[in-house]
Design a protein around this ligand. Structure first.
Ligand SMILES: NC(=O)c1ccc[n+]([C@@H]2O[C@H](COP(=O)([O-])OP(=O)(O)OC[C@H]3O[C@@H](n4cnc5c(N)ncnc54)[C@H](O)[C@@H]3O)[C@@H](O)[C@H]2O)c1
Length: 419
């Protein structure tokens, strides 16, 4: 019999997955957010991952009613795994989703977790919740699986249907079953990991490795800036070596790279190991907003009226969660600058709701700024010419290019600064 699948949590990860699986299976999407479910039903995906026409054509059924999942035999959990204010993993969404599933699952069901976690969360945290509420035994009556999600929001190349999917389960048969299900979606581009814990660990180190590599770039960019050497000139030269790893400096925000290392660090500490390198990377990346604000203030020599271009945590997405541009804006304000923010992709209502920022709606000559900060390389900003800068920046105004957006042809008639 064909599996009937439920996807729990319809965000950046869950919705594209549910839509892709719905091409081959009967799929029910469940989310606790009334707002999100209503929008999806209307064909609108605020994360910009799924186009309206695709969403409207999809056979996916979505609901906020957990009972809509009754009768499903495979459950895929894609709820958030954030950290709290002290950077401690917050497993509450996983607890809540597992508790809801405990009421639904029956003998023979498979529950696959996709949320990014530290090794052990699926079997030692979620499994017991499912067992307690369902009265069933994991590995005997129902089965646990894990399949890390690797999609990169805003990236239209590495989509859920094109990337290798790692899967793991409590038994080889269940791993095969999960592999077959995902395989239909991505042309059998599947890797079966040896254990659930290995699959959990693989995901968390993918993102931790990235965080550490970016931290190294950030550290050397600060060293080189004291030597009046641009990190980008250094990278141009160094990356001609075959085995040089090319990363670039940046404000590491969002809900993955800047969060997941704390999951691994927590697991490490609980076992009595001090995760020095992981936390050093985090600490360097967390300090970048202040470091950059200091460098810009030094360069400016006086308080400026600044326009920051880009607020989202990365380019070409509307996602404002854990964006470190906010830290930069606040650090600049603390140093006496007057700061406005424009964003080509963010929802102004969310910017106001999350940070109390009134985004500049249009860039016009009425806003003659002393300086512009290129913080996020949205496509719109990448296309700016000197004439565009002239519309909102004073002649000889300062351009702080934090992401090497205009490095290839710096705007003329302005003071251009790059790390
Ligand atoms: N976004 C990414 O780029 C990305 C990439 C790889 C992995 N991940 C991981 O995938 C997981 C999900 O991330 P996301 O970005 O899709 O999150 P998201 O915030 O975009 O979406 C999560 C959805 O889950 C819903 N939800 C929360 N609690 C729920 C519950 N108890 N029951 C049902 N629905 C619930 C929320 O309403 C929301 O719609 C996280 O663990 C994240 O680390 C994310």
């Amino acid at each position: 019999m064909e599996s009937k699948i439920a996807v729990i949590g319809l965000g950046y990860v869950g919705l594209p997955l549910a839509v892709a699986l719905a091409k081959s299976y009967v799929v029910v999407g469940y989310d606790i957010s009334e707002h999100r479910v209503r929008e999806i039903k209307e064909g609108y995906d605020r994360t910009n991952e799924i186009e309206e026409t695709v969403l409207k054509k999809s056979s996916l059924q979505v609901s906020t009613d957990a009972n809509s999942m009754l009768g499903c035999d495979v459950f895929i959990v894609t709820v958030p795994t954030p950290v709290d204010a002290s950077n401690t993993p917050d497993l509450e969404p996983l607890r809540r989703a597992s508790a809801a599933l405990g009421e639904i699952i029956t003998k023979g069901c498979v529950v696959v977790y996709e949320s990014t976690v530290y090794p052990g969360v699926t079997e030692d945290f979620c499994g017991p919740i499912l067992e307690k509420i369902s009265g069933l035994k994991a590995g005997v009556d129902f089965y646990l699986g894990y399949s890390p999600e690797r999609i990169n929001p805003g990236d239209k190349v590495h989509t859920v249907e094109k990337i290798t999917k790692v899967v793991a389960a409590q038994t080889p048969d269940i791993a095969q079953k999960i592999a077959q299900i995902y395989g239909k979606m991505n042309n059998n581009n599947i890797f079966i990991a040896k254990t659930i814990k290995a699959a959990e660990a693989a995901k968390v180190i993918e993102n931790t490795q990235r965080d550490i590599n970016i931290a190294f770039m950030n550290e050397i960019s600060l060293i080189f800036s004291k030597m009046n050497i641009s990190i980008y000139d250094v990278l141009d030269a160094a990356s001609t070596k075959w085995n040089f790893l090319k990363f670039s400096p940046g404000l590491v925000g969002g809900h993955c790279i800047g969060v997941d290392p704390y999951y691994l660090a927590q697991a490490s500490k609980s076992l009595g190991h001090d995760p020095q390198m992981i936390l050093a990377g985090r600490s360097i990346n967390e300090s970048m907003a202040n470091e950059l604000a200091d460098l810009m203030t030094q360069r400016a020599g006086r308080p400026l009226r600044l326009l920051v271009l880009g607020l989202t945590f990365k380019e070409n997405v509307p996602d404002l969660r854990n964006t470190k541009v906010v830290d930069l804006v606040e650090a600049l304000k603390k140093r006496g600058h007057q700061v406005d923010v424009h964003d080509a992709c963010a929802d102004p209502k969310e910017a106001s709701q999350f940070f109390n920022y009134n985004l500049v709606p249009v860039l016009t000559v009425d806003n003659h700024y002393d300086g512009v900060v290129g913080a996020v390389p949205h496509d719109l900003y990448c296309q700016f010419t000197s004439a565009d800068f002239g519309r909102f920046l004073k002649p000889q105004g300062q351009v702080f290019d934090l992401k090497a957006i205009w490095r290839k042809s710096p705007p003329s008639g302005f003071n251009y600064w790059i790390l």
